[in-house]
Design a protein around this ligand. Structure first.
Ligand code: ARG
Ligand code: ZN
Length: 896
């Protein structure tokens, strides 16, 4: 945690490793404060001449090295903080290394660490080097044999990748287990777990008729909370067989839940390790959103077995090869699960909801990233610390880039491409170019004369392209012409490169026309009548003509968000209102509501920033009324239509950013909509109960989300009967979604004593469930009037623990990321708090600290007074002695 002189790693500097490591035999003698690891590597050189054998190693103590059984003296190798080098080796030999580490003291949660009463590992991206000396890079692939020895009473379960082949008792109350993974894998997929657990398991049969064992391990006493996880795992397995023909290749697939974890989960071969937040759920403790999150992360990690493990990355610049593709797969899995068992129209809106949710995540997290100092292409050109590149760009934009290929190839073509990808590259460590080469071969075969050469620019260029749309209507010719023009300003490092010229992107642009009376128009396009057409924009500007259009139509643009771009088109509020009520594409209809309300919110925010007195455009109220009462729409979709755009989405459209004015504008509009539609909101409350046994299905979850939205609107105006209803719902709820929905409405908008009573009671009731306590902290972090002082008070609560990432995220991150007014207090207290916490966390866990550091990424786009305070806080962090390279990379790039 110290080197302040950063080295930058460049993609183009890739060199092959000069040795093959066929097999790795690991022996672990587990003790909390000192674990001894013996690693025996079977090595052979790739070339006929000698090369230095370079092994990575960090924070571990070397005990002994030998080659073919002969110990090496200190003069026969060189050792520093990062590497162990044995010079000039050639041929075939066995290298044996003994080293020690201290899992108990490992607060970074990378490598081998203790959480609760158990041992866990996390190796991606560069954690294996904290366990043993090894060429810790994804293109070195080996088979592994792992023997684990530990105290039998404390650690009855000893797990690693692959198949259990032996277990025996040892003297002194210890025992050992040996695991063998038949598949070659890179070190980042290695895993080990030792501890005592509840286990839920199930035998399942794969499509080819093999029997497999699925298991979920969790803390003792939490076994009743793993039913949904196991069900999701089985669904994921079936889905990958049905949609991609991909089958589980192991006899046994294990998921283990851990309380201390840096991110969501990890796809270690056959032994996935998960943040407990993405495993444990029961109706009393988990919300609908938690259920959805669990299903999607379990799917994600399971799908990695093929997209990530069977075919892995050549180097970490290719990270999106596995992450973008696997996010695309988990998005499709969730959409299919949500639409399951529904009729066509309900299924379409369930899919639209999933798309809206994913696009919202992209806009709130990835668009700002792509416009800030950390902007990078989905295949970055350089990095200082790879842990900083597990970003929204690699994951979410990466998934959009895969989705565009799916759109261009069609479902069948994409599937043919995936089949070809596995037939060419199974068992290999490959690049993004390898993937697109495969997809292009299918595309070209099906579209003679066309290729994906321009499409590749999505991999090499950063930034969010802007597509400007012009519509020309010629009444005499009954012809409507659409001109699309694209532009994308240089961002991030692109701005620092001399003479950098951005090339156009290949943009699949889906659109339709709606008549003035709200009807979809049939268009003649590519020889057939269609209501939605796919335009392929490949030049800076292109025009398409549509004939037999009898009136000036309203364009419905970028349907289903067919490309990760920003659309510019000057709809007037009346045209938008028509789209808001009638667009036949449910995603585009939601977009129209977003556009209409964003225009209005930004107008009001600007007025408020100048001290003006706003009035609400009645068109907005009208749209809300229409959508609240449209009987053809199901509840969950209506909830999205009726939700105002978030502060972050609005901030992206404001220069300079006035965060408090945005928050106030949202308050103003929310209250007007609450008052103006009072009776309707009240009816909505009563009409969306979900009695009976809890089920997380899309329809029931949708009803709860609409009901809780109505509650939030009503509480924003302190409606007395709604306050009573919220208390009643809080007390009588039969599931956490309703309980938390009520409590959060109260905590955000109500100041009476009962609010504190409810909060105290909530803690009293759930203090023994860490995931619920996280919710309790998060509620308070987000509440109105919470400031840095309040958070410091909560940090003194006995349940707070800075070392537990979930807890730090629930309080500190929630406050810094979501509590606009608290963070941007004019006295600078929010910024000072942020700087203190980044520094404090950096001493414990640099990866987590660097995530918090990113809160200030876009400081320079804020209004002058705020900007100065943010810059000062950033400078204080940058000047802090002994900063990790993780945090250093983030703050130095922000200040650049
Ligand atoms: N491969 C994991 C996933 O996306 C994430 C690992 C992230 N590692 C890290 N140190 N941030 O499923
Ligand atoms: Zn992943």
């Amino acid at each position: 945690m110290s080197s302040n002189t950063p080295t930058t790693i460049h993609r183009l500097d890739y060199r092959e490793y000069p040795f093959n490591i066929e097999n790795v035999a690991l022996h672990f003698d587990l003790h909390e404060t000192s674990t001894r690891i013996t690693s025996t590597l079977s090595v052979s050189s790739k070339e006929n001449w000698p090369a230095d054998l370079v092994l990575n190693g960090e924070d571990i103590r070397l005990v002994a090295v030998s080659i073919n059984g002969k110990a090496l003296g200190e003069h026969q190798y060189s050792l520093n903080e990062q590497t162990l080098v044995v010079p000039s080796l050639q041929g075939q030999f066995e290298l044996s290394i003994v080293s020690e580490c201290n899992p108990q003291e490992n607060s970074t949660l990378m490598g081998l660490y203790v959480s609760g009463n158990s041992f866990f590992t996390q190796c991606e991206a560069e954690g294996f080097r904290r366990i043993t000396f090894f060429p810790d890079r994804p293109d070195v692939m080996s088979t592994y044999t792992v023997t684990i020895c530990a105290d039998k009473a404390r650690y009855p379960y000893l797990l690693s990748n692959g198949n259990l082949c032996a277990s025996t008792d040892l003297p002194d109350g210890r025992h050992q287990a040996t695991w063998e993974d038949p598949f070659r894998k890179p070190s980042y997929l290695f895993a080990l777990v030792a501890g005592d657990f509840d286990i839920r398991e199930k035998h399942a049969t794969t499509q080819s008729g093999r029997e497999v064992l699925l298991q979920v391990y969790s803390d003792k006493g939490s076994g009743h909370q793993t039913e949904w996880a196991l069900e999701s795992l089985e669904n994921a397995m079936k889905w990958d067989e049905a949609r991609f023909g991909l089958e589980l290749d192991l006899d046994r697939f294990m998921i283990v839940a851990v309380r201390d974890f840096n991110m969501g989960a990890m796809e270690n071969k056959g032994l996935n390790i998960f943040n407990a937040a993405y495993v444990l759920a029961d109706p009393n403790t988990a919300t609908d959103a938690n259920y959805e999150g669990i299903e999607s992360v379990i799917g994600h990690e399971y799908f990695h077995n093929w997209t990530g493990n069977r075919i892995t990355c050549r180097d970490w610049f290719q990270l999106s090869l596995k992450e973008g593709l696997t996010v695309f797969r988990d998005q499709e899995f969730s959409a299919d699960m949500m639409a399951r068992n529904l009729d066509a129209s309900a299924a379409a809106s369930a899919r639209a909801i999933k798309r809206i949710d994913d696009v919202t995540r992209l806009r709130t997290a990835q668009f700002p990233e792509d416009a800030g100092p950390m902007a990078h292409p989905i295949r970055p050109e350089s990095y200082q610390e790879i842990a900083n590149f597990y970003t929204a760009t690699i994951y979410e934009k990466g998934a959009e880039v895969i989705r565009m290929q799916h759109t261009l190839l069609g479902e069948e073509g994409f599937r043919a491409g995936m089949d070809e990808y596995f037939s060419r590259h199974d068992g290999q460590a490959v690049t993004c170019d390898d993937f697109i080469n495969v997809m292009e071969s299918v595309y070209t075969q099906r579209n003679p004369g066309k290729d994906l050469s321009l499409f590749r620019n999505w991999y090499s260029q950063a930034g969010t392209p802007r597509v400007t749309v012009q519509l020309a209507y010629n009444e005499a010719q009954q012809r409507c012409s659409i001109t699309l023009s694209q532009s994308c300003a240089p961002v991030g490092v692109e701005k620092l490169q001399n003479g950098f010229v951005k090339k156009p992107f290949h943009i699949p642009f889906s659109m339709g026309f709606i008549s003035q009376s709200g009807q979809p128009l049939m268009l003649q396009f590519e020889g057939r009548p269609q209501t939605t057409v796919l335009l392929e924009l490949i030049e800076e500007s292109q025009t398409w003509h549509f004939d037999q259009i009898s009136e000036r139509p309203i364009p419905s643009l970028l349907r289903d968000f067919s490309a990760p771009v920003i659309v510019d088109y000057p709809w007037n509020q009346q045209e938008l209102a028509i789209l808001c009520a009638h667009d036949s594409n449910p995603f585009a209809r939601w977009e129209a509501v977003q556009a209409l309300s964003s225009n209005e919110l930004l107008r009001i925010a600007a007025l408020l920033a100048q001290g003006g007195q706003p009035e609400l455009d009645p068109a907005l109220l009208q749209v809300w009324q229409t959508n609240l009462t449209d009987p053809s729409l199901d509840a969950g979709y209506r909830a999205w239509l009726l939700t105002l755009p978030s502060e972050k989405v609005l901030a992206e459209r404001m220069t300079p950013i006035e965060p408090v004015a945005i928050a106030r504008a949202r308050d103003f509009v929310r209250e007007k909509l609450a008052n103006g539609l009072l009776d309707l909101w009240q009816q909505t409350l009563g009409q969306n109960e979900t009695p009976g046994r809890y089920s997380p299905d899309a329809i029931s979850a949708g009803r709860r989300s609409l009901k809780n939205l109505a509650l939030a609107y009503l509480l924003s105006i302190q409606n007395p009967s709604a306050i009573q209803a919220a208390f009643a719902q809080y007390q009588n709820a039969s599931n956490m979604t309703d309980r938390l929905g009520a409590l959060s409405a109260l905590v955000s908008h109500y100041e009476g004593d009962e609010r504190d009573e409810a909060l105290a009671q909530f803690y009293e009731q759930w203090q023994h469930d860490p995931l619920v306590v996280d919710k309790w902290f998060a509620l308070q972090a987000n509440a109105r009037h919470t400031n840095a002082q309040t958070i410091l008070g909560l940090m003194a609560h006995p349940a707070f623990n800075l070392r537990n990432p979930n807890r730090a995220r629930s309080l500190i991150f929630q406050f810094c990321i979501n509590n606009t007014e608290g963070l941007h207090k004019s006295d600078g207290s929010g910024y000072a708090f942020w700087a203190d916490q980044v520094i404090a966390l950096d001493g414990i866990n640099p990866e987590i600290a660097a995530r918090l550091a990113r809160v200030m990424d876009n400081w320079s786009r804020y209004a002058p007074a705020l900007k100065a305070g943010m810059q000062q806080a950033l400078k204080r962090v940058e000047a802090h002695p002994g900063l990790s390279k993780n945090v250093f990379e983030i703050v130095s790039k922000a200040l650049n």
